[in-house]
Design a protein around this ligand. Structure first.
Ligand SMILES: C[S@@+](CC[C@H](N)C(=O)[O-])C[C@H]1O[C@@H](n2cnc3c(N)ncnc32)[C@H](O)[C@@H]1O
Length: 401
């Protein structure tokens, strides 16, 4: 299947099922799509806990939702090649100052960065330049690392010095007008987990300059635009032809899948979810308005001790006066019950997370191809290491074959 075919088929399926994946079940005690796909909600609600956890982890394997949803077709459309060549293991000493997971990501990403003869390397949004140091040591090359936070540049420069890596960190806002000065046709740019507008900027500057790109995109929703602006001509055509419109919140769906959190964090999230749903029921009763009211989220550790305490906090934030005779126990139990339902109903939406992410990566792929690049799109590591495991490897096709 060509990139364009995959891109087109995914646009069709995403547009067709948008009413389903667009809907946030926690906001709707009565699902807007309930009548349109009869039996689906009931099938989801009947799932035992074990099936629910399994499908949360892997929505495409042995899914009972195949009777309603195009599970197999979506699974085919998101199956991309693993581009990870098993490079030789890097010396552990190079990763001494890097968190364990980040270091394993760097190790997996490094073999994707192919360096042509006489090419100079730039890292885009480098943080402390962990990838730059590994690239520099591995290829015995000088690497230029761009990062806008002065403290990260200072810390990164000290690490490079300590390790004897030929890396120079430059304080550079990549969104600034002068950011293109680092790129030309003899440059290869590497970007590991560059967010929305930061990697969009990289792609447009790289295409202008003719630089090669190795990019693992992430956080598509971090963008100044309220609605998604396709990068490629084909993307724009597909969106118009199929009536596919993506708001910033929709883009967040593409990166919602996270590595399974530790148990304590999972329990905290479940409790926070149940309490919010309990409060949702209460606020609808108290206000006499059957509509969802967004409540800000609370960081781990800031959550009140009890459900009652949480409701008082949320009510105060929303300017709602609570009555004195609330059945706190009953309401909390209702919150937990609804939490179990919402987790199941969410599974329908989760089936479209990866398709949306792959579609967004294909828009970047199409943009580069339209600019005369040859592009490989695949994965650079197992999703357990990071669910943001897509990589685009792009190089401008030679004009004189
Ligand atoms: C998600 S982190 C990735 C860092 C590194 N590539 C990694 O994988 O560890 C994104 C980095 O981009 C930097 N950043 C954010 N906005 C930027 C801008 N406008 N110009 C340059 N760097 C920026 C952040 O400070 C942060 O270090």
């Amino acid at each position: 299947m060509t990139h364009a075919e995959r891109f087109t088929h995914l646009a069709e399926r995403l547009a067709e099922w948008q009413p389903l994946w667009h809907c946030l079940p926690f906001q709707h005690p009565r699902l807007p799509w309930h009548r349109r796909w009869p039996g689906l909600a009931e099938a989801l609600l009947a799932l035992p806990d074990s099936a629910m956890s399994r499908l949360q982890e892997d929505p495409f394997t042995d899914s009972p939702l195949g009777a309603w949803l195009p599970v197999e077709e979506l699974a085919r459309l998101v199956a991309l090649p693993a581009l990870a060549e098993q490079g030789e293991a890097l010396p552990e000493a190079w990763g001494a100052d890097v968190g364990e997971r980040k270091w394993r990501q760097v190790q997996a990403f490094l073999p994707q960065v192919e360096v042509a003869r006489d090419e100079t390397l730039v890292e885009w949004c480098a943080g402390k330049g962990h990838l730059s140091r590994a690239l520099s040591c591995h290829h015995a090359l000088e690497v230029t690392a761009l990062e806008w936070q002065p403290s990260l540049c200072v810390a990164g420069q000290a690490l490079a010095k300590r390790q004897g890596a030929r890396v120079t960190l430059h304080e550079q806002d990549v969104m600034a007008e002068d950011a293109g000065r680092w790129l030309d046709e003899g440059t290869g740019v590497a970007a590991l987990h560059a967010c929305g507008d930061l990697h969009r900027r990289l792609l447009s500057l790289a295409v202008e300059a003719g630089s090669a790109v190795t990019l693992a995109p992430c956080c598509y929703q971090r963008t100044a635009d309220d609605t998604y602006q396709p990068l490629s001509r084909l993307g724009a055509e597909l969106m118009t032809a199929h009536g596919l419109a993506l708001a910033r919140d929709d883009l967040a769906l593409a990166v919602q899948e996270t590595v399974t959190a530790p148990r304590g964090v999972q329990r905290h999230r479940q409790r926070a979810g149940a309490w919010r749903l309990g409060f949702d029921r209460l606020q609808r009763q108290v206000r006499g308005v059957d509509a969802y009211l967004p409540v800000p989220s609370l960081a781990y550790g800031q959550m009140p001790e009890t459900f009652e305490g949480f409701c008082h906090w949320a009510a105060q934030r929303k300017g709602i006066a609570l009555p004195a005779d609330v059945d706190w126990r009953g309401l909390e139990a209702a919150g937990w019950e609804r939490q179990a339902q919402v987790s199941r109903l969410e599974l329908a939406r989760h089936l479209f997370r990866r398709p949306l992410e792959v579609w967004l990566a294909l828009d970047r792929t199409a943009f580069l191809e339209e600019a005369g690049y040859s592009v490989a799109l695949g994965t650079f590591c197992n999703r357990a290491l990071t669910p943001r495991n897509l990589v685009l490897k792009a190089r401008r096709r030679s004009t004189n074959p």
